[in-house]
Design a protein. Structure first.
Lengths: 277, 276
C-alpha cells in the first residue's frame, strides 16, 4: 500500500490506564468466601451435635458424619452406580434439549416482535404453573420411564432458556450490528461471529438455569415416574425405613449439584466479566 | 463571513473529488405514523483526496445521517453520493468507520479485535501479524495485546476501534463523535493521535463532532450545519499546516476560528433548543 511505513511509533499508554488492567490469574479466597465456609461448617457441626446428643432423633435426621460414611459405602459398594448414571443421563438429555430448543424458540420469538408481544406475558407467569401436575399426561404420551422424566424436566427448564435468549439478543449493542455491516458480514456470519458471542454471557446464564431446573425436574420426577435413578433410590430407601442410605443419597445429590453448579458458575463469571464496562 | 486564515494546506492538491455528494437528502417516515421527517439536505459537498473535513452542527441536525449515507448504511432519499467516482450502494470497500459508542468486541482480546477484519478477509497470517502489530503499536496498546476490552479504559477501547479500522487500510475514514465520551484532556491527546493517523495513511477523513475546538484543531475545512433539516450554512477553511497538533489551541487564530464557528452555530443551536 505504500503509505504507512510500518515503523512503530507507539503512543504512550498513561500509567493510570495501565493500572486498570485486571489480574488475570486465579484469585485467592476472599474474606466473604472464608465466612461462607465457616457458616456451612458451623451449621454442619451444630447438626452433628444436635443428632449426637439426641435433640434430633436419628429416626428423623442422622448425623452428618453418618451421612458421609453412608455416602462412602454407597460409592465403594457400587450398588447405586446404575441409579447415578440413569439420573445423570436424563439430566444431560433434558438440559441439552431445553438449551437447544429454548434458544431456537427464543430466537424465533425475538425475530417477530408481534409474536413476542403476545407470548412474553405468558413466559413471565410460566413458573407460577406447577409443571409436575402434568405428569399423567406425560405417562400417557411417553410411558413410565426416562421419556416422561426428560419431558417434565425439559418443560421445567426450557422457559429459563427462552427468557435468557430474549435478554441476550436484546442486549447486543446496536453499534456492533453497525460494525458488522461496515465489515460487510453476511447474515449468517453476523449471527455466528457477532450476535452469538455478544449474547453469550446472557445465554450462558440460561444454560446454568436450565441445568439447575433439569436436575430438579429429573430427581423429582424419578420419585413418581421411575424404576431407577437417584430420586427413585431415595424414595425406595424412604419406603423401607432405610434412613442411613436415604441421607447418603441426598448428600450425594447435593455434592453432585454443587460441583456442577460451581463449574458452570466459574464459566458464567468469566463471561460476565466481559460485560463490566 | 469567512475568517481570513493562512494558506490552505497542501493536502487538497489533487483536483478530482474523493467523495462527492450532490443534492443528498434524507427523509424518514416516522414509525407507526404517516408523518415524515426531513432530516437532511439537500447537501452538496466535495471532499478532496487526503482532506480532513469536520462537520459541526446542533444536536439532531442530521450529522450522523450524513455519515450513514457516506458509509453506505443509509441511502439518500434524493440526490447521489459517490466515493472514488462510483455511486455508494451498500458499504463501499475502502471505508472505515469509528463510532462514538464502544464498538470493540468484548469477547475478543485487543489483538483478536484488531485482526478480526483481516482474518475473515483471508489475508496471509504473516501479513496480518505485521499489520496488527503496527496498528496496535500506533495506538500505543502494545502492552495490552492479550487484554479484553472490559479490562481497558474508555479511551483505550476507542483506540482498539481506531486500530481495527487502521489495519484495513481505509482510504476514507468516517468518525462519528469518536471522542464524545472522553474527558477534555484525553480528547485533545486522541486528537493528536488522529492527526498522526491521518498523516500516515493519507486517507480522507470526515469527522462528525459537537466540539468546536476539536473541529477547529483537527480539520482542513469545517462544515457548519443548520438545525434540522441539516444543510451546510458555512464551510470554513482553517489553513492549518498538515503537521499540526493539539498545541495549536494556543495559536491566536484558533480563538478567532472557534469564535467564528460558534457565531454561525449559535443561532442554529438556539433554534434546536426552541423546537426540541
Amino acid at each position: 500500500m505504500g503509505r504507512p511505513s510500518f515503523e512503530t511509533r507507539p503512543a504512550a499508554a498513561p500509567q493510570d490506564e495501565a493500572e486498570r488492567v485486571a489480574n488475570h490469574g486465579s484469585q485467592p479466597m476472599t474474606r466473604a468466601g472464608w465466612i461462607r465456609l465457616l457458616v456451612i461448617a458451623a451449621a454442619v457441626a451444630v447438626l452433628e451435635i444436635a443428632c449426637r446428643v439426641g435433640w434430633i432423633p436419628v429416626t428423623v435426621v442422622i448425623p452428618p458424619s453418618a451421612m458421609a460414611t453412608s455416602l462412602y459405602d454407597i460409592i465403594a459398594s457400587g450398588t447405586h452406580w446404575n441409579d447415578i448414571l440413569v439420573s445423570l443421563r436424563s439430566v444431560v438429555a433434558a438440559a441439552v434439549i431445553a438449551v437447544l430448543l429454548g434458544f431456537l424458540v427464543g430466537a424465533v420469538i425475538h425475530a417477530f416482535p408481534v409474536v413476542r408481544g403476545a407470548v412474553e406475558p405468558l413466559l413471565a407467569s410460566y413458573y407460577a404453573v406447577p409443571t409436575f401436575m402434568f405428569y399423567p399426561v406425560f405417562i400417557i404420551l411417553f410411558g413410565v420411564g426416562s421419556g416422561a422424566i426428560i419431558a417434565i424436566a425439559v418443560l421445567l427448564a426450557i422457559v429459563a432458556m427462552i427468557s435468557a435468549t430474549l435478554t441476550g439478543l436484546d442486549r447486543i449493542p446496536t453499534v456492533l450490528g453497525k460494525t458488522a455491516r461496515i465489515m460487510r458480514l453476511g447474515p449468517v456470519e453476523r449471527a455466528f461471529r457477532i450476535s452469538l458471542p455478544a449474547a453469550m454471557p446472557y445465554l450462558f446464564t440460561g444454560v446454568k438455569l436450565a441445568v439447575a431446573y433439569a436436575f430438579i425436574g429429573v430427581i423429582a420426577s424419578e420419585f413418581i415416574l421411575s424404576g431407577a435413578g437417584m430420586g427413585y433410590a431415595i424414595a425406595y430407601a424412604y419406603n423401607n425405613f432405610n434412613n442411613r442410605e436415604m441421607y447418603g443419597l441426598m448428600l450425594l445429590i447435593v455434592l453432585v449439584v454443587t460441583v456442577v453448579n460451581t463449574a458452570l458458575d466459574t464459566v458464567d463469571r468469566r463471561l460476565q466479566a466481559r460485560l463490566r464496562r | 463571513m469567512s475568517v481570513a486564515l493562512a494558506e490552505p494546506a497542501v493536502v487538497a492538491a489533487v483536483a478530482d473529488p474523493h467523495v462527492r455528494l450532490t443534492g443528498v437528502t434524507r427523509v424518514f417516515s416516522r414509525r407507526g405514523s404517516t408523518e415524515s421527517v426531513h432530516a437532511l439536505g439537500p447537501i452538496d459537498l466535495d471532499l478532496m483526496r487526503g482532506e480532513f473535513f469536520s462537520v459541526v452542527g446542533p444536536s439532531g441536525c442530521g450529522k450522523s445521517t450524513l455519515l450513514d449515507v457516506l458509509a453506505g448504511l443509509a441511502k439518500p432519499t434524493e440526490g447521489t453520493a459517490e466515493f472514488e467516482g462510483r455511486p455508494i450502494d451498500g458499504v463501499p470497500a475502502g471505508v472505515g468507520v469509528v463510532f462514538q459508542e464502544d464498538a470493540s468486541f468484548p469477547w475478543l482480546t485487543v489483538e483478536d479485535n484488531v485482526a478480526f477484519g483481516l482474518r475473515r478477509a483471508g489475508v496471509d497470517p504473516a501479513e496480518i501479524a505485521r499489520r496488527v502489530d503496527y496498528a496496535i503499536g500506533f495506538v500505543g496498546l502494545r502492552g495490552f495485546v492479550d487484554a479484553y476490552p472490559a479490562q481497558l479504559s474508555g479511551g483505550m477501547r476507542q483506540r482498539v476501534c481506531i486500530a481495527r479500522t487502521l489495519v484495513t487500510q481505509p482510504r476514507l475514514i468516517l468518525l462519528d463523535e469518536p471522542f464524545g465520551a472522553l474527558d477534555q484532556q484525553t480528547r485533545l491527546l486522541m486528537g493528536d493521535e488522529l492527526l498522526r493517523l491521518w498523516r500516515e495513511t493519507a486517507a480522507t477523513v470526515l469527522l462528525i463532532t459537537h466540539a468546536l475546538d476539536e473541529a477547529a484543531m483537527l480539520s482542513d475545512r469545517v462544515g457548519v450545519m443548520s438545525a434540522r433539516p441539516g444543510v451546510f450554512i458555512d464551510i470554513v477553511e482553517t489553513g492549518w499546516d498538515a503537521e499540526r497538533d493539539s498545541r495549536i489551541v494556543s495559536h491566536p487564530r484558533f480563538g478567532d476560528l472557534t469564535g467564528h464557528l460558534w457565531e454561525k452555530l449559535r443561532t442554529e443551536s438556539l433554534k434546536h433548543l426552541r423546537d426540541g
